[in-house]
Design a protein around this ligand. Structure first.
Ligand SMILES: Nc1nc2c(c(=O)[nH]1)N=C([C@H](O)[C@@H](O)CO)CN2
Length: 118
């Protein structure tokens, strides 16, 4: 399966379960792999035929910056659903990292894989 990917997309958000986290914004890092048949845009050389990684990135930036969830699980799930619904993606893997959230760890977070429901 072909893929389009976005790696290391940094977005600031209000996220976390502790009181101190509700008073600050933290940097989150998104890595996405999205299933897509890249033979179609390769044949036409037309951006309109692509899964446009810039358009996906801009949509996620707008959504995440405005979000206020407690758990990274919730935010990851909503972002996955946006990409599947709005960009006609059938399958994706999304890694959401929260750097520096746990002392001693470079990052913590979740990795989810989701498919379009039949
Ligand atoms: N599985 C999760 N564990 C934890 C989360 C989370 O969102 N998912 N969040 C926290 C705190 O907000 C933490 O990031 C602050 O250091 C703890 N565990």
């Amino acid at each position: 399966m072909d893929k389009v990917f976005i790696e290391g997309l940094e977005i600031e958000a209000l996220i976390g379960i502790y009181d101190w986290e509700r008073r600050i914004r933290q940097t989150l890092v998104f890595d996405l792999e999205m299933g897509f048949d890249n033979r179609v845009p390769a044949a036409s050389d037309d951006i309109a035929h692509t899964l446009n990684y810039k358009a996906v990135s801009k949509r996620l930036i707008a959504y995440v910056q405005a979000s206020e969830f407690g758990l990274v699980e919730t935010l990851a799930e909503r972002c996955a659903q946006i990409v599947i619904d709005e960009f006609k993606v059938d399958w994706l893997r999304l890694k959401l990292s929260k750097p520096g959230a746990v002392r001693g760890a470079r990052a913590v977070g979740v990795i989810i894989e989701r498919s379009r429901q039949a």
